[in-house]
Design a protein around this ligand. Structure first.
Ligand SMILES: NC(=O)c1ccc[n+]([C@@H]2O[C@H](COP(=O)([O-])OP(=O)(O)OC[C@H]3O[C@@H](n4cnc5c(N)ncnc54)[C@H](OP(=O)(O)O)[C@@H]3O)[C@@H](O)[C@H]2O)c1
Length: 289
């Protein structure tokens, strides 16, 4: 495993497993367990994925089986918008995540969206960070203008920003803004999230063939070589293994540029952060009473 270093000197694995859209607890637990068994050390969940408990169970199972120690793992979760209305809501939301997962601390905890009163929520995150319940704190889906304003205002700047990043949405300005504020970029949907048809792309297939790799591995490698942490999701053990097998080849500059030329300049995802309907849906989505 390779690592990036966060501003507070914490080491974060550059590759992990994402567990979005794995509502089945057994399936989630098994995927996380298999990932850890096969060398993953970073797991990315969220309160809104409703599977923090399954992640916690897999972590305990892996530790009990002697596969790794808690200190070797890097567990991320995220605060949902419902818990971002007030400072007190956010404090409670963080406690709920810890309780659900059964973990004493998270290695990284993120504000899931730049919605609600995210400044009040951030102050709760800063306090939980100072108390050691969160070893690092960050944000997600903070676009360049929002991230800039946020970093100029807050006491502790976010250490990570998790946004959509893949060759079809390269987000160069987002990466530059993160660099300016020493925020580590983390890619959601690094394989395209089931959209964009990368696996049928001839250029990607040709590059993959050259290195005797798969298109999925090329996509992950491309982001990692840009300094981006990747968290591909899979519930299939053969793909979980395939996706971590990306440390034995390097794309050259020409290939990096060719892949980046797929950029559409906009997101094709279902999450439309600039659309009022999407924001309203998030703000009103309840994940608990
Ligand atoms: N912060 C946010 O707002 C946000 C939003 C979206 C996602 N995320 C995080 O980012 C993680 C990854 O994003 P994502 O799940 O949307 O998309 P993704 O990882 O880019 O793609 C996942 C899809 O690709 C398939 N897949 C996995 N490995 C493959 C391979 N080697 N070859 C071909 N297909 C493969 C998976 O299917 P199988 O499972 O059937 O293998 C699944 O359908 C999430 O799990 C979550 O942790 C965060």
């Amino acid at each position: 495993m390779e690592y990036v270093t966060l501003r507070n000197q914490l080491k974060m694995p550059i590759l992990g497993l994402g567990v979005f859209q794995i509502p089945d607890k057994k399936e989630c637990q098994e995927s996380v367990y298999q990932a850890i068994k096969n060398g993953y050390r970073l797991i990315d969940t969220a309160a809104s994925y409703m599977n923090e408990d399954a992640v916690g169970n897999a972590v305990r199972q892996a530790i009990e089986d002697g596969i790794c120690t808690r200190e070797e793992l890097f567990i991320t979760s995220k605060l949902w918008v419902q818990d971002m209305r007030t400072y007190e809501d956010a404090r409670q939301g963080i406690e709920n995540s810890l309780k659900k997962s059964g973990l004493d601390y998270f290695d990284l905890y993120l504000l899931h969206q730049a919605m609600g009163d995210y400044f009040a929520a951030w102050r709760a995150m800063e306090d939980a960070y100072k108390e050691g319940k969160l070893k690092a704190i960050g944000v997600s889906n903070f676009y360049p203008n929002i991230l800039t304003n946020f970093c100029e205002i807050v006491e502790i700047k976010p250490m990570v920003n998790q946004v959509e990043l893949h060759p079809y949405y390269t987000q160069e300005l987002a990466l530059q803004t993160m660099k300016d504020y020493d925020v580590v970029p983390e890619a959601w949907a690094p394989l395209g999230g089931g959209r964009y048809h990368p696996f049928e792309n001839e250029m990607l297939k040709e590059i993959a063939c050259k290195y005797k790799k798969t298109v999925g591995q090329v996509l992950l490698r491309w982001n990692m070589q840009r300094g981006v942490v990747v968290i591909p999701k899979s519930t299939h053990v053969e793909r979980i293994i395939e996706n971590i097998n990306v440390f034995d080849f390097t794309l050259n500059d020409e290939e990096m540029k060719k892949i980046a030329s797929l950029d559409m300049g906009y997101s094709g995802s279902r999450t439309k952060h600039f659309e009022p309907d999407f924001v309203r849906m998030c703000v009103n989505r309840k994940i608990h009473d």
